[in-house]
Design a protein. Structure first.
Length: 279
């Protein structure tokens, strides 16, 4: 595995791949790699000649300083995981190098007026800055993202349209631990007791799925809110049912193609997100 620590090193590694006309699959990460990441690595490895991954805790996508500082970091472990998963090029840059050129301000209109965009001002502009740079530097043909960060995928698709970047975005299903908890680097920060409660997030969403034919979307929303309220350790930030493409809230069943419920909930000082498809 070639470990590139600067954009210059990455450029020269990519140049030699491109000379051989090989396809490149990219998995951008912020490290603290877990089984969810591994499921993305396996796909990127299988579907491309060359598999590139990046490990970079992007400071400008955190709107909360404490969250940035507490974000788990273990470079040696991450590099070992990448190597084990057949990564060809690992890009591990420093912020000074990534942001030699000042970040620009991205806007995503209605797409960012809901959920994470609403709760975390500036977050998606920060994500778009790092992801657009990674796309341009790696010249990847495909990039893989987990569907847990559902809104992020919609934002990235809009970003490549705005920036005219030619790349295929591959959304990948959520990877869950055996008890149903969606894998996340933040899970590491849960206490033992909280970790036992966390799977209830998925359980509540699954229960709501079973009601989808008998309840309206407003009733499903109330049902989910009530179920979260029953578990005193949870503080629900939002649960919202949206169109799976426009991400706009849905209240009635008319003409709905894809419908997805998105949740953000606090547990033990950790903010967890998850989704449930209804159609
Ligand atoms: O999903 C993440 O881990 C991050 O938002 C990403 C896409 C690696 C950008 O920093």
């Amino acid at each position: 595995m070639n470990i590139c620590r600067t954009v210059e090193e990455l450029n020269s590694a990519i140049e030699s791949v491109k000379l051989q006309h090989k396809t490149i699959g990219l998995v951008p990460t912020m490290g603290a790699l877990h089984d969810g990441h591994k499921s993305l690595f396996i796909r990127a490895r299988k579907e491309n000649d060359v598999f590139v991954s990046s490990v970079f805790v992007n400071p400008i996508q955190f709107n909360n300083k404490e969250d940035f500082e507490k974000y788990p970091r273990d470079e040696q472990k991450d590099l070992a995981v990448l190597e084990e998963c057949g990564c060809d090029i690992a890009f591990v840059p420093k912020a000074e190098d990534v942001y030699q050129q000042e970040p620009k301000e991205f806007h995503f209109g209605k797409l960012e007026e809901v959920m994470e965009g609403k709760q975390r001002p500036g977050h998606f502009s920060g994500v778009a800055n790092i992801v657009s740079r990674l796309f341009l530097w790696t010249k990847a043909d495909r990039a893989y993202f987990g569907e847990k960060d559902y809104q992020q995928i919609a934002i990235i698709k809009d970003m490549i349209r705005q920036e005219n970047i030619n790349i295929e975005i591959v959304p990948c299903p959520i990877y869950r631990d055996e008890d149903g908890l969606a894998t996340s680097s933040r899970n590491q920060r849960l206490s033992k007791e909280a970790r036992l409660i966390a799977p209830k997030i998925h359980q509540i969403l699954e229960k709501s799925f079973l009601q989808k034919d008998s309840l309206s979307f407003n009733q499903i929303t109330r049902f989910v809110e009530d179920e979260f309220a029953k578990v005193k350790e949870f503080q629900l930030e939002y649960f919202i049912i949206v169109d799976d493409t426009t991400l706009q809230p849905i209240h009635t069943r008319e003409n709905n193609q894809g419908v997805v419920g998105c949740v953000a909930v606090w547990l033990d000082g950790v903010r967890l997100i998850d989704i449930q498809r209804y159609y």
